[in-house]
Design a protein. Structure first.
Length: 270
């Protein structure tokens, strides 16, 4: 059956309220051939997200309506492996009795793109075999940093990696560690590797878009506009950092796919 991810606006409710609503969904789901896999709740923003296996959207929403009346504002069909890569799980958090309180797991994620500078020129200069070795060196350095920072690789883009982080500070710290790793690599290598990095943060469902669609697009465009060896972040990421890392405003930039210029910020790493 298809898998759906929905979004609820539930300001004023607590984590315990959301856990109870989820329990009510589980109590009704069998009558409709639906399976509620898990949920996320952002108590700061008052948004909740449910992961549902159902014959169709309408049937899934009928379970919500009968169980507690909280109908979703937006629903998208998703791939289960993509949800796990972005959000880190596709099963319920530990029961409240196991942790002493209802688990609060916001679905807000930080998305990072890396991109090898002039990968086409590198291939022309070095040849296919040596260029592939350099891409593998990039992959190893990025994946090592992801492992240490608790990030998850979402996909390989050919000349870069897209990754997801539960915490914005961890994501930006990982980007800084990546640039520091490439700096050390270049000291010991005849052939230099430079990368650009871009990061944005957002929710998984927004206005019937793809999973993290707007956030992924923004992070990718920010990566493209970064200088070689640079880390560029969105206004959202800069705000969430709350001054914990060195960030410089670069001013509004015209980014492909965005109607208005976008405020862009650079993160120092040296």
């Amino acid at each position: 059956m298809p898998i759906f991810l929905d979004r609820h606006d539930l300001k004023g409710l607590t984590a315990e309220d959301i856990a109870e609503a989820h329990r009510k969904d589980l109590g009704v789901q069998g009558q409709y051939g639906v399976r509620f896999l898990t949920y996320w709740f952002d108590d700061t923003r008052g948004t909740a997200f449910c992961l549902i296996e159902a014959p169709d959207i309408g049937t899934a929403m009928r379970v919500h309506d009968e169980a507690h009346g909280h109908i979703a504002r937006d629903v998208i069909e998703v791939d289960l492996s993509a949800v796990e890569a972005f959000l880190g799980r596709v099963a319920d958090p530990p029961p409240a009795e196991a942790v002493g309180r209802a688990t609060v797991d916001p679905a807000m994620r930080t998305i990072m793109f890396t991109d090898i500078v002039d990968s086409t020129g590198m291939t022309a200069r070095l040849g296919d075999v040596r260029a592939v070795e350099m891409v593998r060196a990039h992959d190893a350095l990025v994946r090592r940093a992801l492992h240490h920072a608790g990030g998850r690789e979402v996909k390989h883009t050919g000349d870069g990696i897209m990754a997801s982080f539960d915490d914005v500070l961890a994501g930006v710290q990982c980007a800084r560690a990546i640039q520091q790793a490439f700096d050390a690599f270049n000291l010991a290598s005849r052939e230099k590797l430079q990368v650009r990095i871009g990061l944005d943060a957002g929710e998984p469902v927004a206005d019937h878009n793809d999973l993290f669609g707007a956030t992924v697009q923004m992070a990718a465009r920010l990566c493209q506009c970064a200088d070689p060896d640079g880390i560029v972040v969105s206004e959202t990421v800069s705000g969430l950092l709350s001054g914990r890392l060195p960030v410089a405003a670069l001013g509004p930039q015209a980014l492909k796919g965005f109607a208005q210029p976008v405020p862009v910020f650079e993160v120092g790493w040296r």
